[in-house]
Design a protein around this ligand. Structure first.
Ligand SMILES: [Zn+2]
Length: 259
C-alpha cells in the first residue's frame, strides 16, 4: 500500500495549489506528490464518492476499472478523522483540522475555524459546495460556499448535473462535491456484498464522465472518499462506519490534471 497521509492534508494542498494563504487552523500540510503533479492549476475540484474506502476499492477493483486505472498511476492512502463519519471528514477536507479544530460533528453545525471558502473570498475568488439537499453536501458544504451547489434532483445524477453546470457557467476556482449513493448502498447491502456491483459500476462510469468534462473545462482535481465502511455482522443491516477500523478509516486518494 502507498504511503499513508492524513485527511488534514487535503485543504492545505488545495490552498497551496491555488496560491492562497495557509489556513489558520490547519494541522495538515500540502502533499508533495499531488502538489508537484498539479502545480500551476488554475482551478481545483474534489470529487468524493461517499464511503468508497481503500478496502472497498481493493475488493471491487474489477468493477471499477476507471478508478483503478487512475490509482495505478497516482495513488496515496489517507487516514480519515475520528469519528469516521461524513460531516466530520468533509469539514476536515475544507479546513485541514480535525473535529476538535473545526467543531463539525453534524452537518447542521457551524465551523469554529476558517475554511477554504474564507481564504478564497479574501483572495477575491469563489468556491462551490455540491451535494444532495439533505446530505452533508447540501446542508454543510453548499451552505458555507460562495456558490450553492445543491442538486436539483436528489440522486447522484443530480449531483453530477450540478457540478458540471457550475463548472461550465461559473468556473469557480474550487469545487467540492459529495456523491452520496455509494454510502447509502453500502449501508443497505453491506460493503462486501455482490449486490453493490451495479452501484459501483455506475459510480465508476460517473467519475470517468465527470473527470473528462471537468478536465476539458480547465479543472485539475482529486478523487477522495470521506471514510470507508465495514460489515455490521448483522445480515439485515449491511454496512456501518464511525470506528477506527482500517475498513472505516483508510481511504484512497488519486488526482488528475486539467487538459
Ligand atoms: Zn454512512
Amino acid at each position: 500500500m502507498s504511503t499513508t497521509r492524513s485527511m488534514t492534508d487535503i485543504a492545505p494542498t488545495v490552498a497551496a495549489l491555488l496560491e492562497l494563504r495557509p489556513l489558520a487552523g490547519a494541522t495538515g500540510s500540502p502533499i508533495p506528490e499531488v502538489f508537484s503533479d498539479l502545480e500551476g492549476a488554475e482551478r481545483i475540484v474534489i470529487l468524493a464518492p461517499d464511503a468508497l474506502g481503500q478496502w472497498q476499492l481493493e475488493r471491487f477493483a474489477e468493477q471499477m476499472p476507471y478508478l483503478t486505472s487512475l490509482c495505478s498511476e497516482r495513488h496515496l492512502v489517507l487516514e480519515s478523522m475520528m469519528p469516521t463519519i461524513t460531516p466530520v471528514n468533509f469539514a476536515t477536507m475544507v479546513s485541514g483540522c480535525d473535529l476538535d479544530g473545526h467543531g463539525i460533528r453534524s452537518k447542521d453545525m457551524s465551523f469554529t475555524c476558517e475554511t477554504l471558502f474564507d481564504v478564497l473570498e479574501e483572495a477575491g475568488l469563489e468556491g462551490a459546495g455540491c451535494g444532495r439537499e439533505t446530505y452533508t453536501g447540501g446542508q454543510l458544504l453548499a451552505r458555507v460556499a460562495q456558490i450553492d451547489g445543491t442538486a436539483a434532483v436528489p440522486d447522484d445524477a443530480g449531483v453530477e448535473e450540478a457540478v458540471l453546470r457550475i463548472a461550465e457557467e461559473n468556473r469557480p476556482a474550487f469545487i467540492i462535491a459529495q456523491i452520496g449513493g455509494t454510502d447509502d448502498h453500502f449501508h443497505r447491502f453491506g460493503p462486501t456484498s455482490k449486490r453493490m456491483i451495479p452501484k459501483l459500476r455506475e459510480m465508476d462510469n460517473r467519475l470517468e464522465r465527470m473527470v473528462a468534462e471537468l478536465r476539458a473545462l480547465g479543472y485539475s482535481g482529486m478523487i477522495v472518499a470521506d471514510h470507508g465502511q465495514h460489515d455490521s455482522g448483522n445480515p439485515e443491516k449491511g454496512g456501518t462506519h464511525g470506528t477506527d477500523m482500517d475498513e472505516d478509516r483508510l481511504v484512497p486518494l488519486t488526482w488528475f490534471n486539467a487538459c
